[in-house]
Design a binder for this molecule. Structure first.
Ligand code: NCD
Length: 338
């Protein structure tokens, strides 16, 4: 695809060559993200970061990524703090905000709302998550993490075996990741969920017709057997018709160190888009896994900055100018990254 000036709304926009380009630019962002160098390549540019749903890492990492490229960030983080609460349409909001910014990132509780907003926007819009539909930048950072983990053991993504666990019905991160992985060859998907929270037949059908293997499981122990990656998710309680219904599914699948030792391979990588629900009734990913070197959740969050920097640099057409504006960092920086 041509990234310059484009909206990023769905992983359906990408082919394998696009992903390689994004990952190549993301790799080059390492020195800026790990604070050994700074760049001002987006000096003067403005990002409107519009998050109409709770978010910590997606909102902050998009903002940091823009700052790390030298741009300014304007934030709106609640519907009630914006004119949408006064009945303003997405169309009007998009027309207005696109007069104030060079690029917009938006998260919205309704599927399709970010695409509707983008149609009215005069500047590129990146989907930060629309309802239970898609979360393209999350899928890219997950795929980037999977690639790094597989490369570190001399393997590639083709032939990957991945277990996806939890709320596969409402989880947009899982929807986008499944679709993105299907661009590779011979993926084995092991889908582990309660029957009521299974992924849609439409997605399963498209994965199978692209030549991949999809097996469904209702028990954690069986579904996480013989996989390279186990990708755990949270019950998306905010999307259920009632809280009572959501509560029924919390804590059904809990991965902890003893289950991991018994049923996973010794080097199965553990991933989660975060936030994990650490309340006692849920605990889908136990704290006792924090010592497990295969727990990649914080490598995922670090990689999110690289991927989001790459998307900004490519959409705003500065990917090949980043280094021209670079300077060494002069202040103390803790060594946070490997
Ligand atoms: C995910 C999301 O918002 O879809 N979080 C994130 O962006 N990392 C997953 C979730 O909320 O469970």
């Amino acid at each position: 695809m041509d990234f310059i000036g484009s909206h990023i709304l769905s992983v359906d926009q990408f082919d394998r060559a696009d992903i390689e380009r994004i990952f190549g630019v993301a790799d080059a962002m390492g020195p800026y993200a790990n604070r050994s160098r700074i760049t001002q390549v987006l000096d003067g540019a403005i990002l409107s970061n519009m998050f109409f749903e709770p978010s910590t890492r997606t909102r902050v990492s998009f903002g940091c990524a823009f700052n790390l490229l030298g741009g300014e960030v304007r934030e709106t983080s609640e519907v009630k703090a914006s004119s949408l609460s006064k009945g303003e349409s997405l169309y009007d909001t998009a027309r207005v905000l696109s007069g104030y910014s060079d690029i917009i990132v938006m998260r919205h509780p309704q599927s399709g709302a970010v695409a509707e907003f983008a149609e009215a926007s005069r500047v590129p819009v990146i989907n930060g998550g629309d309802g239970s539909n898609e979360h393209p930048s999350q899928a890219l950072l997950d795929l980037y993490t999977i690639l790094k983990e597989m490369m570190s053991r001399g393997e590639s993504i083709d032939g990957l075996r991945i277990a996806l666990v939890g709320d596969l019905k409402y989880g947009r991160a899982v929807h986008s990741l499944c679709k993105l992985l299907s661009l590779f060859d011979d993926i084995h998907y092991q889908l582990v969920s309660p029957p009521e929270l299974a992924i849609s037949d439409e997605i399963v059908g498209s994965l199978r017709s692209a030549g991949h293997t999809v097996d469904e499981y209702f028990e954690l122990e069986k579904g996480i057997h013989q996989v390279d990656i186990v990708y755990v998710t949270r019950t998306q309680e905010e999307r259920f018709p009632t809280q009572e219904e959501a509560d029924r599914y919390k804590g059904l699948f809990r991965l902890n160190q003893s289950i991991y030792t018994k049923y996973c391979e010794p080097n199965t990588v553990i991933m989660h888009p975060l936030p994990r629900d650490s309340r006692s009734q849920a605990q889908e990913l136990d704290d006792d896994l924090l010592q497990n070197p295969n727990l990649a959740v914080f490598r995922q969050t670090d990689n999110g900055v690289l991927i989001r920097m790459a998307l900004f640099a490519m959409v705003l057409n500065v990917a090949d100018q980043v280094h021209n504006h670079a300077k060494p960092v002069t202040w103390y920086t803790a060594k946070r990254f490997n």
